[in-house]
Ligand binder design. Structure first.
Ligand SMILES: [Zn+2]
Length: 89
């Protein structure tokens, strides 16, 4: 039976196989929610989903797509936005 603090689902369970062949449960903090598009609220592709400590050490190019509106708008919405801007000029 897990101890009291491990009964809630605040932490996620990670099953780790030890060298002796036993499976142990490690309790780790949950990952944050997926980044969503600012326009259509769809989850964004290519945006890292990690805790701040890991995000801090991650390269900028690995955190979000390298294009205009990368990490803010989804590909469909950014395409629409770019067309709108090009046509207004
Ligand atoms: Zn969108």
């Amino acid at each position: 039976m897990p101890s009291g603090r491990h009964k809630s689902r605040t932490l996620r369970k990670v099953f780790v196989k030890t060298p002796g062949g036993k499976t142990k449960i490690h309790y780790k903090k949950k990952k944050p929610a997926k980044a969503i598009c600012a326009s259509c609220r769809k989850p964004l592709a290519g945006v890292a989903r990690e805790r701040p400590k890991k995000m801090k050490n991650m390269a900028k190019t690995k955190k979000r797509p390298e294009r205009a509106f990368g990490g803010v708008l989804c590909s469909a919405c950014s395409r629409k936005e770019l067309k709108k801007k090009a046509r207004s000029i």
